[in-house]
Design a protein. Sequence first.
Length: 267
Amino acid sequence: MMHRFLATIALLAMGQATPNPHLPPPTYDRVAPVLPKKLDDAVLILSKTNGWRHIEHIPHSNMVLADIAANLGHASYTTENAAIFNDAQLRHFSVVVLNSASGDFLTKDQRAAFARFVARGGGVVALHAAGDNSHKAPWYVDTIIGTTFTGHPGGQDQFQSAQVMVDQPQHPVMAGVTLPWKPVDEWYSFDVNPQTRGMSILARIDEGSYRPGAKLTMGTHPVIWTNPAAKGRVVYSALGHNPQNYDDPNYRRILTNAIRWAGHFGH
């Protein structure tokens, strides 16, 4: 009986010790990567996660984003190493793509280097979990997100099709989007409309076209916006939980437009 009891305790301990791949232990990178030679005017793709890790889409979306950069005629560098956020290395890039980068993944010095990058005109394209509530640093929240994530539908309602409505079809990020568009995604809600905090809304979702639930209903429900107050071009998109979202022709066009616009490519 005692042996059986001890075996049960051991199995429970093993189960508790099994790491959750969605919640890797937070780490802060101190040693910067060695960049390839002749990397200039490039696209930095960062999917560092000190919060929830979107293991479902990150591998595929990283490849899609690199392919988009190549099609725009620019090199890209994909990394999980946030120590690349230093003045010397960030000068090799015109735009930083935060691909569901979550949690406070930057040290104080790295965040200051990121702020200087944006202040001198560097572009930012932040995607999905780059705008969740695991980000606490005031500069990041005010500059990149402009609001606070409050949740998304769960259970059978986690993934639903919803009608995307384009508020600024003339904006370069939304150019060429074909409507009507009802993608299936995990729809984020936020505590306030980021427009009240100075953001410029490019697209929103029609809450009548899906089931947000009473606690997640926003009324006016933005899903893509920019920060016109930033010296660099900053755009955030809440879309993109699943790998297949990055193969959607409309979303790939938006990502292409966003990287081109934020990086001042072709302008």
